[in-house]
Ligand binder design. Structure first.
Ligand SMILES: Cc1ncc(COP(=O)(O)O)c(C=O)c1O
Length: 462
């Protein structure tokens, strides 16, 4: 395995020697003072990043890595997009911050650009600081709108780290945060590869998953349920594109019982799937869409809730009981305006769609032909997962649900040594580069994965 050749000068113009020395200090201070998310603090050794540009980052020793993670799947326009950087700089010179009760041009324009792209009549935007609080507020709106409390969400999902959001979440990160009093009930969504419904095809999976949801609602009491929260395409949990008809079926169920449909597009929105929103693939209009990440590529923290006319009307003459000091922060919303305009002008959503259809999809399926450790390949746009298994027949995962394994750790380490930064979760590697990724870069990532997957193959059960 060859390590990517270092360059003497970083994209910042800084010499590598100087940057490395700075990187060592950064790492030492990190270990001394920074408390990291989701981690046993003594057991981690965070990679230092010296610089980033486009689809690449440079690690603490100056190695260039192809960012097939888009960090936490947020740098949709790539790293350091010059138009977004310039917009933040211009906004900083003009108006760094202003309290949320005042109208400001960056927030007004960002709201217009978002409302124009969301489906149906989702014409109002409440800005938050990120995705978790977007979900918190969407649930709060749904509860006040319906006068009901209970919320349904699926297993195999992630909705954020704050109190309601982590309880919506259907992955093991919820377990230590779940005191059984959140008012959230979980159900199984469609996932044919590991079907809970013994389905043999997508149609059966859709029908049975909808029947399961309908039955759960009838047993829980339809009049007690405020909302169903679903990622339009679940991201961290495995990029399981819903089987045809499922999202439309959920819409129908919500209408039947007067339940608010919240689509979480925090990871899947803003071009990731090759459309502005993943829900656009299913021709469905939810009542609320939550977003963050790709809205401004994460250059400045931003999230929000896009709100339908009906739900907005609930708060027309009754105060909405929620707010944030930084709701629609000028630097964050200026970054959103520049990001959305760049995506439009540079046809970045179209690029994501084309790269998925022509390069990543066929390329990953080609890897599955060569590597028996790949159990399934699935995705859309620049949003792909490969599921690694010890045995294709039994589908035994290469790491257990909720855990890692020596085999997966080896695969991830080999990716990095080969010059690729992957997004990994349990037994999966996700190929989620920026929406701006070029054909050559996508092929470079596939080639590295091809080499690395020999390691996964060697770990199969004999
Ligand atoms: C689908 C989804 N919802 C919500 C969140 C939480 O967003 P944040 O980390 O900005 O709070 C995430 C983060 O990964 C996500 O993927």
């Amino acid at each position: 395995m060859t390590t990517t050749v270092s360059q003497d000068i970083l994209p910042t113009g800084q010499s590598l020697d100087g940057a490395r020395a700075e990187g060592e200090r950064t790492y030492a201070l990190d270990r001394a003072h920074v408390f990291h998310s989701w981690s046993a603090q003594e057991q981690i050794s965070p990679m230092t990043i010296l610089a980033s540009e486009g689809s690449y980052v440079w690690d603490g020793t100056g190695n260039r890595l192809l960012d097939f993670s888009s960090q936490l799947v947020n740098t949709n326009v790539g790293h350091q997009h010059p138009k977004v950087v310039a917009a933040i700089q211009e906004q900083a010179a003009k108006l760094c911050t202003i309290a949320p009760q005042y109208a400001n041009d960056a927030r007004s324009e960002a709201a217009r650009l978002i409302a124009e792209r969301t489906p149906g009549d989702l014409n109002k935007v409440f800005f938050t600081n990120g995705g978790a609080d977007a979900n918190e507020h969407a649930v709060r709106m749904a509860r006040l709108h319906t006068g009901r409390y209970k919320v349904l969400s699926r297993y195999r999902s992630y909705h954020g780290g704050t109190d309601t959001a982590i309880n919506l979440t259907g992955d093991p990160r919820r377990w230590p945060n779940d005191y059984g009093n959140s008012g959230v009930v979980h159900f199984h969504g469609p996932f044919l590869y590991r079907s809970q419904f013994h389905a043999e095809n997508e149609q059966q999976e859709t029908e049975r998953a909808l029947e399961h949801l309908d039955q759960l609602i009838r047993l829980e009491g339809p009049n007690s349920i405020a909302a169903i929260v679903l990622e339009s395409v679940p991201g961290t949990a495995g990029i399981m594109v819903p089987s045809p008809g499922y999202m439309a079926g959920v819409r129908e169920i919500c209408d039947r019982y007067g339940i608010v449909f919240i689509a979480d597009e925090v990871m899947s929105g803003f071009g990731r799937t090759g459309k502005w929103f993943a829900i656009d693939h299913f021709d469905v209009v939810p009542d609320l869409i939550t977003f963050a990440k790709g809205v401004n590529s994460g250059y400045v923290p931003l999230g929000g809730v896009a709100i339908s006319e009906k739900i907005a009307a609930t708060f027309a003459n009754r105060p909405y009981p929620g707010g944030l000091t930084y709701s629609g922060h000028p630097l964050a919303t200026a970054a959103a305006v520049a990001t959305i305009n760049a995506m439009e002008d540079e046809r970045i959503v179209e690029n994501a769609s084309r790269i998925g259809a022509e390069i990543l999809g066929p390329g990953l399926r080609g890897l599955a032909d060569r590597h028996p450790s790949i159990g399934e390949v699935r995705g859309l746009g620049v949003f792909w997962a490969i599921e690694l298994v010890a045995d294709r027949a039994t589908k035994e995962p290469l790491a257990p649900y909720g855990a890692s394994s020596p085999a997966m750790n080896e695969v991830i380490a080999a990716c990095r040594a080969g010059g690729l930064l992957p997004f990994a979760n349990f037994n999966r590697i996700h190929a989620v580069p920026p929406c701006t990724v070029t054909e050559a870069e996508a092929r470079e990532g596939l080639a590295i994965l091809d080499t690395v997957l020999d390691i996964a193959d060697a770990h199969r059960a004999s």
